[in-house]
Design a binder for this molecule. Structure first.
Ligand SMILES: Cc1ncc(COP(=O)(O)O)c(C=O)c1O
Length: 375
């Protein structure tokens, strides 16, 4: 019996970083400033420079990072925020938590990202209904590649909407040489362990070039703090990044460029191996973009059989996502453009093992199993 294959092998990265991580964690514990210690400020500086954006504001998780920005912009009751129907629940959840309405937009079948034509349709719908005020468009960089901001940004500008990038999966990707985090009026990411840049627990960050927004975010993450620790000028949150997590992320960021290259090499090998199969649709990266390959997600016709075959061969697979948000019980009552592509994708997508340390021998086992089932 050959070794089981990991879907994401976080221990391989841990072995590579080894003592560097252990010493960073020990130093954070010894330092005694366990919440918002000096490592947090250092990490915010490092990651902002890496992304090419003026400010990074670290917080407790990616969901909070999204919510903090919406709250800072005053998004709330009566406002519409345009989100893709095919994404993780947090994208729409934060809109509802802010008191506003998520309005669902369909995605493109080759990139899985927001369809600009469907965004236009959703905006028209909101205008026609006249009940909500269109405020923000929130594309998601799904599975690691930036949304089509070249088409979406002009629509946002024309309609007077803020452009807010949910880069929870896409941090590490770029478009036209601009890295995720530096695109849009603001962006947010997650450091959940399975993300391309993940910590050892929960973590997140907001990004912006806007000084006033940065000040609001710093206040909101600290209970709406004013100029003094016990002065509260707005209702905020307790949403800080732990010092230990920042210490881990400082070390992980140093090898992130190399890991992104390795992820791309893995994706290239998959794409080449599956190019000849007419029963597999491989993922497409748009011109001028790089993906951080949070997932390698392809489409197959008979997914249940495919997953069963791969399981039999010892290859783990996953389905992101089985139900579009526009059809989820928690969100089905919100407005939506027609979402036929999202609905179809939910029945066809399947993700394969993907991480920077997937060696060629192991990847060949995955490829052989895939081709045996759907080649
Ligand atoms: C697209 C998207 N948005 C938001 C989030 C929320 O991030 P977190 O799990 O850190 O709260 C996630 C992560 O799971 C995500 O995939």
């Amino acid at each position: 019996m050959s070794q089981p294959i990991a879907f994401i092998d976080l221990q391989a990265q841990r072995r590579r970083l080894g003592e560097r991580l252990n010493s960073a964690i020990a130093a954070a514990v010894e330092g005694g400033q366990w919440v918002l210690g000096p490592q947090v400020a250092q990490f915010e500086k490092d990651i902002a420079a890496w992304a090419g954006v003026k400010h990074a504001i670290a917080c407790a998780n990616g969901t909070d990072a999204l919510l903090l920005v919406l709250r800072a912009w005053g998004v709330g009751l009566g406002d519409a925020v345009f989100v893709p129907a095919f994404t993780f629940a947090a994208t729409a959840e934060v809109v509802a938590l802010a008191g506003a309405a998520p309005v669902f937009v369909d995605v493109l079948s080759d990139t899985f990202n927001m369809n600009p034509a469907s965004l236009e349709a959703a905006i028209a719908l909101v205008k026609k209904d006249g009940e909500l005020k269109a405020k923000v468009v929130m594309p998601v960089d799904l599975f690691g590649q930036p949304a089509d901001y070249r088409s979406i940004a002009p629509i946002a500008k024309r309609e007077g909407l803020k452009l807010f990038c949910d880069a929870a999966q896409g941090f590490g990707g770029s478009l036209n040489g601009k890295r995720a985090g530096s695109i849009g009026d603001a962006a947010a990411t997650s450091f959940f362990p399975a993300k391309p840049l993940g910590c050892y627990g929960d973590g997140g960050a907001c990004f912006t070039n806007d000084d006033a927004l940065k000040d609001l975010l710093l206040s909101l993450r600290m209970h709406g703090q004013g100029s003094d620790h016990y002065e509260h000028v707005r209702v905020g949150y307790n949403s800080r990044l732990d010092t230990i997590q920042a210490a881990i992320l400082i070390e992980k960021l140093k090898i992130f460029d190399d890991e992104i290259e390795k992820r791309n090499a893995v994706a290239r090998r998959y794409n080449e191996a599956f190019a000849g199969s007419n029963r597999i649709k491989t993922p497409v990266v748009i011109e001028g973009a790089t993906s951080t390959w949070a997932q390698y997600t392809m489409q197959v016709t008979d997914r249940a059989k495919f997953q069963a075959d791969l399981k039999e061969a010892g290859v783990p697979t996953a389905v992101y996502y089985p139900i579009p948000l526009s059809k989820q019980r928690a969100y089905a009552h919100y407005p939506s453009a027609p979402t036929p592509v999202s609905e179809a994708l939910c029945g066809q997508v399947v993700s394969l093992p993907m991480h920077p340390y997937l060696d060629e021998t192991t990847q060949n086992r995955v490829i052989a199993a895939v081709l045996a089932s759907a080649g």
